[in-house]
Structure formats: structure tokens, C-alpha cells
Write a protein that binds this ligand. Structure first.
Ligand code: ATP
Length: 208
């Protein structure tokens, strides 16, 4: 197994890169999706999240309304850090479980996690044993435009989400590979193909 971390700012293009890697045969562990699962009713973080943020974050069916929760945590740093403190241990645990399940298999496993640099690049990131960290880099104004166009956010909400994350320089400094996503989707696909070839070569030389 080659274990690759994939990170980058909000709306930088991580999910698109993950999709392109999946098309080429990679297994994707999606931290965002795991984040939804741990907060789902019956999930390990549900009671604590509702306990901290109250019933007003719930949809009528009892699920967490992520728009409502997002509006709270991205406008209040202490709410965000509480949310991270509640959910991250569960997310990390599940990521580790899924990595362990893949360990004996041959192939590329990608952990797609926006918070990989902030949260996991610390001790846990090291113990995760990443073979490589890929950072997707985009222009901030372009990220904001993509959030407004595709995520249905107002501009000020988009800006506060960007500023709640680690500075891009920190992510870039930790990167083994930087995917520049300031161009078109076709440009992105070409960059991912180059990345894939490189990772495959690496994999071959490791298993040789
Ligand atoms: P999030 O942090 O919100 O999960 P993300 O980093 O995973 O976002 P994507 O979902 O891959 O980002 O991309 C955000 C949106 O921008 C998507 O709708 C995607 O199709 C679009 N997008 C990504 N890259 C490009 C590009 N190079 N040109 C045009 N649109 C793009």
C-alpha cells in the first residue's frame, strides 16, 4: 500500500483530484464524509454535538443541519474549536481503522482531508505513516468564487471559512507534491495524471 494524504483549502479542488485518482484505481478515504457519518444520529459524535450546539442545529428529522451548524462554527472561533475537539478524535479513529483495513492490500490509498495539515500533520499525522502529502493549491479569489457558485454561500461566509483554515503557506510547506489548480479542469486532469504516474513509479520501486 502507498498511503497518500490529500489536502488543500476549501473549494481548492480536493474532491475533484480524489475523483480523478479514484478513476485511476485509488481507494479514497474521505474525511469529510466520515465527518458526516460520526455526526449522524447514532454516530459516535452525535450526542456531544447536539449537547454543545443545541437542538436548533437539528433538521426536523433529527439529523444535524450542516448549513445551520456551519453558520455557527464558521462565525465563532471558539465554537469551531469545540466542534473540532468533539468530532476530530472520532474522525481520526475511523480514518485509522480504514487505513488498517487497506494495509495488507496492494495499491494506492488516498486520505482526502481538509484538516490534514492543521490536525493530522502533528503527532497523529506522523503515526499515520503517510508516504506522501499532496496539497491542492488554488487562488483564494477563485476558491471564493467556486464556493459562491457551487456551495451556495454568500461572499462573507465564504471568506470566513477560508480564514478559519491554516494559511496556505503552511500547507504548501508540508507538501511533497503541489497540484496547482488555478487553471481549467483539463489542466487539473493533466496534473493528476502526472501525479498518478509518479506515485505508481514510487510504488513499483518500493515493491521491487
Ligand atoms: P471542499 O473543501 O468544499 O470539500 P474541495 O476542495 O473538495 O472543496 P472540489 O469540490 O473539488 O473542492 O471543487 C469545488 C468546486 O469547484 C467543484 O464544483 C468543482 O467542480 C469546481 N472546480 C474544481 N476545480 C476546478 C477548475 N480547475 N476549474 C473549474 N471548476 C473547478
Amino acid at each position: 500500500m502507498i498511503l497518500v494524504g490529500l489536502t488543500g483549502g476549501i473549494a481548492s479542488g480536493k474532491t475533484t483530484v480524489a475523483r480523478l485518482l479514484k478513476q485511476r484505481g485509488a481507494t479514497i478515504i474521505d474525511a469529510d464524509r466520515i465527518g458526516h457519518e460520526v455526526m449522524a444520529p447514532g454516530g459516535p459524535a452525535y450526542d456531544q454535538v447536539v449537547g454543545r450546539f443545541g437542538n436548533e442545529i437539528l433538521a426536523p428529522d433529527g439529523t444535524v443541519d450542516r448549513q445551520k451548524l456551519g453558520a455557527i462554527v464558521f462565525s465563532d472561533p471558539s465554537a469551531l474549536s469545540d466542534h473540532v475537539a468533539i468530532t476530530h478524535p472520532h474522525i481520526v479513529k475511523e480514518i485509522f481503522t480504514r487505513i488498517d483495513a487497506e494495509r495488507s492490500r496492494d495499491g494506492l490509498v488516498v486520505v482526502d482531508a481538509a484538516l490534514l495539515v492543521e490536525g493530522l500533520a502533528s503527532d497523529r499525522g506522523k503515526s499515520m505513516g503517510l508516504d506522501a502529502l499532496v496539497v491542492v493549491s488554488a487562488d483564494v479569489e477563485e476558491q471564493i468564487k467556486r464556493m459562491i457558485d457551487h456551495r451556495d454561500l454568500q461572499e462573507d461566509a465564504a471568506r470566513s471559512r477560508i480564514s478559519s483554515q491554516a494559511a496556505p503557506e503552511k500547507k504548501l510547506a508540508a507538501a511533497d507534491y503541489v497540484i496547482d489548480n488555478r487553471g481549467s479542469l483539463e489542466d487539473l486532469e493533466r496534473s493528476v495524471e502526472t501525479l498518478w504516474q509518479d506515485l505508481m513509479n514510487r510504488h513499483e520501486s518500493q515493491t521491487r
